[in-house]
Design a protein. Structure first.
Length: 278
């Protein structure tokens, strides 16, 4: 009886450091998670990759897919010795009935991280919505838009450049139709006459803007509507005018616009004269 008790005590003593060591490793765990795109249409294959900082042999990572708070898919993925893991799933089926933000949760030994992607069912990828733009000094204004081939993730007012910056996630070539409220952003000369906006496009993995062609769809007392073509891989659009709220001097903006045009003129890339007929 004493031998058995001694064996049990020794076993507990030996295994305790191992258990505490594993708990400590998991407690300090770091998980990275990325997707091969930020927006997907129905039927797209979504590839998720990640890395575990400290691998526990034999322990898989659990991936859970949520739409809002509803669990729509779960899988356990093997982790390689270097901590990397990959999983793919198709955005199709009865669980994928609604458009919006999909959250991917990766759990490993009690530690977790999340990644958000956007999903839409419409095969044309066309959305019409209003975006509430924040004014740095306080207040907001609404911008109505329709986008085909992707989604608008954010709109920000850049008072220094007198511009509206639109961050987008694309899934195909398409276009953006946008109504700009004149009292929030406009482009006029010293005599109050309308002049052209400047539209710059940023491509994926590039910090150098490209001047892109666009079309004035409609001009009224309250709004100016623009049609801007986009290509798959575009990430940001900057629409530059001569004033934004709160209003700055027109002359200063014209000087800025001329400077920007000069910079673009020496750029090797341009999208001018690619405007499709609409």
């Amino acid at each position: 009886m004493q031998k058995i008790s001694l064996f049990v005590i020794l076993s507990v003593i030996i295994t305790m450091p191992m258990a505490f060591g594993q708990e400590e490793a998991l407690g300090a765990q770091k998980i990275s998670l990325t997707s091969d795109n930020t927006a997907y249409q129905e039927g797209d294959v979504i590839t998720i990759t990640g890395k575990i900082e400290k691998v526990i042999p034999g322990m898989p990572v659990t991936l859970q897919i949520f739409f809002e708070k509803n669990l729509i898919q779960v899988s356990q993925v093997k982790v390689s010795q270097d901590g990397k893991f990959t999983d793919t799933f198709t955005a199709a089926g009865p669980q994928w009935n609604n458009e919006g933000t999909v959250t991917i949760n990766a759990d490993y030994g009690g530690e977790s991280t999340e990644l958000n992607i956007e999903f839409f069912k419409n095969t044309s990828g066309e959305f019409t919505s209003n975006y509430e733009v924040k004014i740095p000094e306080g207040g907001t204004f609404d911008v109505q838009y329709t986008m085909k081939g992707g989604i608008v993730s954010s709109m920000d007012l850049n008072q220094k450049n007198l511009s509206l910056i639109i961050n987008i996630a694309t899934s195909s070539d398409g276009n953006l139709n946008i109504n700009l409220p004149r009292d929030s952003i406009d482009s006029r000369d010293n005599n109050g006459q309308d002049i052209e906006f400047i539209v710059l496009m940023y491509e994926e993995n590039s910090e150098i803007p490209i001047q892109t062609d666009f079309k004035n769809i409609d001009t009224g007392d309250q709004f100016r509507s623009l049609y801007i073509p986009i290509k798959n891989g575009d990430t940001k659009i900057e629409i530059i005018g001569t004033h934004v709220v709160p209003e700055f001097g027109t002359i200063a903006m014209i000087v800025l616009a001329v400077a920007i045009v000069s910079i673009i003129a020496v750029s090797a890339k341009s999208r001018l004269s690619i405007m499709p007929r609409i």
